[in-house]
Design a protein. Sequence first.
Length: 202
Amino acid sequence: MFRLFKKNLPDCDPLFRKYLAPWYHKDERPKMTRPDMYVISGYEGKPLNIDQCQHLPEEYLIKVKKLINETMINAALEDYQMIIQSDKLDFKVLEAVDKFFDRDKITELINSSDPKDYSNLYLVSVCEFGVMLGYLFNQIEGFGWLYCQPYFHSIIVHTETGYGIPVFDWAVKKFSAYGVDDGFVAKFHVVLEEVNKRSVSM
């Protein structure tokens, strides 16, 4: 309800179209963020082998894996030191970063970011936040990365239930009017609880 009265930030889908969509192939540009959680295509009610689900050619798969799991993880951890001192990404870091990027900070990012520049601060901030979310899911047994190009189209998959979690889309929602106040530690655990319920019922 409060979102109706807090429109100083753009909503998530216009921001997605402005800052992320242009970096997709011109014939494959999404027009909006994906749902927070959905059953991925190809899931048939049986546990998935995440390695067999990877669809990128080997050379690109290696590059995207390294980009996400080394380059971006290290960049996020380094950049977040100005917010909270930590030697690893964990829920304390997630909470601190979530609180740091309030409406004013996100507005500053948007105002200072040229969408034609691949290294603009809005896109970098979204991607680092998404990588952190993915990293935290990936530490839990049963979750793994399904890698895509561009790398911020990659998702986390729960192999038993087939649920896909588009963590970079979560990040766009965080850095928008839609999700700025959601509280992402709580959101993380709500989704985790839902996945676990689904696992038990199967």
